[in-house]
Design a protein around this ligand. Structure first.
Ligand code: GAL
Length: 413
């Protein structure tokens, strides 16, 4: 273990002793998550307010740096015997090993009491929380990664209409540049570059090839002509993002908000940033699911897990919190702020803006795909993200990147 990680773990151990406690005033639960951008913080505060309103106390354990930084810290704390009371992770396979080690609370009784099997939509989200018939997490939202966000100010400055699909957007890039605008904002982190890769691939290689590779792990298709076209498109996108030096995804979103950049490919959590900046969909910005070419979305997103605790009062409070996070009120207020879709179909989302309505429409039409968090192990995901980081920050050829990627798909688990 690195020195930094060790000192971090010692530091947090002290906080947790105080942060997870049952007192006469209610139960304090430390909740870790990586929701630290403006929009994310506004969304998680909805959960915190709802929990505090029950007379219990939400001790906020935000970890800056997005999932890639937060996940190893969260997992080390649980493995190292210093667990928080509740934590965000993506639903899917990220907690597999923790569950197998018996470190996470079985929520099956809460799920049965709340009828989760009847309300969670699509059912794959509850499956992603289930191992050997037992439920270990509560899914709180659906986030999809296949979106492009376009700045109206940037297009107005260039004297062009806002494009309605990826190909039209690429055709406008020269005019954006000529107007002094960066065509594509891109945070310099592998997971963000991988999101752009995945979205472009789905749009350009098409649904069939994407599914063969991402669901069936078919390396021949990853080596085939559809993926060659996709890698060439990604190489072209790399050129459009040359000059984007920000790291954090929300700083890249901010470049679209201010009109400094024409577009960003990012998950629908970007919506939360436009919302707190007071920007209006259709007037200040546009969002195109499936990059305007394939109206399908993956069903990624977030879930809360509850490390096993030997204090029965804490365990009871953990279960109470799990039930609250999926309650109709919490689902509406949290998801409206987050830009994500709710995990239950029986609530009123009429206040959702145009982007969320597009997502809700795709969900209702059944145009949903499994997320990479569900299809791939964390090891595979990290290897793909590393390859994307290398590709986007070098002049690696599309052909070399495709060959390296196909090998990772061949070995994927
Ligand atoms: C994802 C998460 C989203 C969003 C995003 C950026 O993993 O599902 O809720 O927060 O990271 O931080």
């Amino acid at each position: 273990m690195s020195k930094t990680l060790k000192s971090l773990l010692v530091g947090t151990a002290l906080t947790v002793a105080a942060a997870t406690a049952a007192t006469a005033e209610g139960v304090k639960l430390e909740v870790t998550h990586w929701w630290t951008s403006g929009g994310e913080a506004a969304a998680v505060s909805k959960f915190a307010e709802a929990w505090n309103a029950t007379g219990n106390v939400w001790v906020d354990g935000a970890i800056a740096g997005a999932g890639g930084v937060a996940r190893p810290i969260i997992i080390s704390r649980i493995l190292g015997g210093d667990p928080m009371a509740a934590t965000q992770l993506n639903h899917g396979r990220q907690a597999e090993e923790l569950i197998e080690a018996g470190l996470l609370l079985d929520l099956t009784d809460v799920a049965e009491a709340g009828g989760w099997a009847d309300i969670v939509n699509p059912p794959s989200l509850l499956n992603a929380c289930t191992l050997d018939g037992k439920i270990y997490c509560v899914p709180v939202n659906i986030h999809s990664a296949q979106w492009i966000w376009l700045s109206h100010a940037a297009y107005e400055k260039a004297g062009l209409d806002v494009p309605t699909n990826w190909h039209d957007y690429v055709a406008t890039a020269g005019a954006l540049e000529a107007a002094g605008t960066l065509p594509l904002a891109m945070g310099q982190q592998g997971w963000q570059q991988n999101i752009a890769f995945g979205a472009i691939t789905l749009a350009v290689a098409g649904l069939e090839a994407w599914t063969e590779v991402n669901v069936n792990k078919n390396a021949d298709v990853a080596r085939g002509p559809e993926y060659t076209a996709a890698f060439e498109a990604v190489a072209a996108a790399r050129a459009l993002a040359a000059g984007s030096s920000v790291q954090d995804w929300n700083l890249a979103t901010n470049m679209v908000i201010t009109g400094e950049a024409g577009a960003q490919i990012m998950g629908d959590w970007a919506q939360g940033e436009f919302a707190i900046a007071g920007k209006v969909e259709g007037k200040d910005y546009s969002c195109l699911p499936g990059l305007g070419l394939n109206a399908v979305l993956d069903t990624g997103g977030d879930a809360f897990y509850f490390p096993v605790n030997d204090d029965p009062a804490i365990t009871a409070a953990q279960k109470e919190l799990a039930a609250l996070l999926i309650s109709p009120e919490a689902q509406v207020s949290f998801n409206l702020a987050k830009g994500s879709l709710p995990v239950r179909g029986d609530i009123d989302m009429s206040a959702a803006n145009g982007c969320m309505q597009k997502g809700l429409g795709i969900l209702a039409d059944g145009g949903v795909l499994p997320s990479s968090d569900i299809s791939f192990s964390q090891d595979t995901t990290i290897q793909i993200e590393d390859l994307m980081a290398q590709f986007w920050s070098s002049d690696m050829s599309a052909a070399d990147a495709q060959a390296a990627y196909a090998k990772l798909i061949e070995d994927a688990d």
